[in-house]
Design a binder for this molecule. Sequence first.
Ligand SMILES: *[C@@H]1O[C@H](CO)[C@@H](O)[C@H](O)[C@H]1NC(C)=O
Ligand SMILES: *[C@@H]1O[C@H](CO)[C@@H](O)[C@H](O)[C@H]1NC(C)=O
Ligand SMILES: *[C@@H]1O[C@H](CO)[C@@H](O)[C@H](O)[C@H]1NC(C)=O
Ligand SMILES: *[C@@H]1O[C@H](CO)[C@@H](O)[C@H](O)[C@H]1NC(C)=O
Ligand SMILES: *[C@@H]1O[C@H](CO)[C@@H](O)[C@H](O)[C@H]1NC(C)=O
Length: 499
Amino acid sequence: MKHATGFSVALVMALCLTMTSLVNGRIGTEFPFRDVHQRRRPDDAFNGQWLASNYQNGSTAPNAIQGDSPGQTLVIGGTGADDDSQRPGCDTAFIGTAQVQGSPDGGWQALPQVVGFDADRNTSFGNAVMPIYIERGKDFSKIKRVIVAQPGKPRDSWKYSSLFRNSLICAVSNSSMAVTLADVLIVAPIWLGESDKMAGAAQENDLYWTDGGFSVGSLTQGPGGQQTSSFEVMDVLIKRFANQNEFPTLNSIVVAGHSLGASLAQRYAMLRKTDDTTESLVKYWVGNPGAYVWPAAGPSRPVAPSDTSCAAQIDDWAYGIGGSLPAYATADVSKEGVEATYQRYRNRTIQYALGLLDDGPGDTHCEAQYQGNSHLSRGQNMQKALEAMDGGIPATQSFNYVPNTSHQDYLMMSDPVSQNFLFVEGLDDKRTATSSVGSTSTGTTGTDSSSTGTSTKKGATGQTTSGQPSSATALIIGCNLTALAAFAALAFMAFIPIS
Ligand SMILES: *[C@@H]1O[C@H](CO)[C@@H](O)[C@H](O)[C@H]1NC(C)=O
Ligand SMILES: *[C@@H]1O[C@H](CO)[C@@H](O)[C@H](O)[C@H]1NC(C)=O
Ligand SMILES: *[C@@H]1O[C@H](CO)[C@@H](O)[C@H](O)[C@H]1NC(C)=O
Ligand SMILES: *[C@@H]1O[C@H](CO)[C@@H](O)[C@H](O)[C@H]1NC(C)=O
Ligand SMILES: *[C@@H]1O[C@H](CO)[C@@H](O)[C@H](O)[C@H]1NC(C)=O
């Protein structure tokens, strides 16, 4: 195991070095991007590693190591329609989603080991830790952008770490997109639920929430008496990636999700506390959420539904910023004021991506019916609501309507307009003086009274919390009929509209 890991890391690093030395070509004037961009050359390491023609369906994935969970072989061909292959036009291999034991409702029994990712437990909150999947073998000193990939309702972070990576591979293969694999780091927070705690996927010190609680900023259920908001976890992760000791060339962080993951991204965009050092770094990609936190208060909503039983609550969290807000935000919103909170949201950089065929019902709550009757109509109504406000649609926000696409995660995130937002636009923007952080401290300190302080372990030195037991054993899972059944159920669930 150790040898295989060491060898593989060495191999990846060698490939990275080769690649960096090969991609110094400059982009010509035919591309509408500012600055100097690195551009893939036809002979660079990308081709050798990922070009579809170098593989057959079922081949072992590049960078695979011993212990990687079954199911992650390469898929060549396909349509991307079931999150199971590249979309047409991506001339690259697609890494299949890891098989996993358990179920969204019964709980996940163990975290799968994802090809090319580590399950990192270096972000701690008191004695508790927040596990994240993080791409293995990338040179942090070269990373320009981090994608914080959110899972869907099934808390399937192994699937979304892999899907966003597949989309990045596709974008890099497109010679019109000025991005290389070395520019972007994919990470995925592993939001565990109570059922995963019961079923076994959560280690003793791992944070866990009610099963969907991560998406509304709830406090953890544990471990122990730990009370940490999922939004505070997002703040701490963003500070970790913004730290220029570890990521000296980073200039942007994209919080990206589809469906319930999009809900987290949009709600976080609404309530994220102002932090001058990271504010200008953060962007949000919001794909087909089940419902929205509406961008303006008041009784007016686009739809008059038949069920009016919640008419008095349509502004309540998580459909507006009234009612009982998450503990994370109560003091902040009362200090800033509701109007300033809406203005802050309007000032944030957001791409809303909407599938033109996504007529699924999404969030079925009464409050959501006031926003529209489907994912698509709610998104269109959200656009109208922003248009109707003073200043219209903010210059920092845009709507990307994706043709011929329903509630299909992969087709949404691999759409070229989505890919340009996720991976390309602003990639070489310069970081401003206010956003320079990390010259003295290697960690972050919790500012929220609901946490007992946070810290970030860095590398082999500077451990600030007691070490976690090796997760390698826990990560090795077998392939049996149960796993296959669960995988099939998961694949089915991923295709039906969920909020
Ligand atoms: C690739 O192989 C998998 C089984 O490993 C199969 O389900 C899938 O249909 C194949 N895809 C193509 C495009 O042949
Ligand atoms: C629409 O998408 C389906 C797969 O989801 C694909 O088979 C079909 O060719 C697409 N049609 C067009 C016009 O792009
Ligand atoms: C490649 O990128 C360009 C520029 O963003 C885009 O217009 C085009 O559709 C992309 N091609 C494919 C096959 O995705
Ligand atoms: C808008 O956001 C930018 C950074 O993205 C920040 O510099 C500026 O102060 C913000 N403006 C307001 C009014 O919040
Ligand atoms: C996490 O910490 C371990 C041990 O401290 C270290 O070996 C590893 O490189 C760290 N991972 C990241 C992604 O920083």
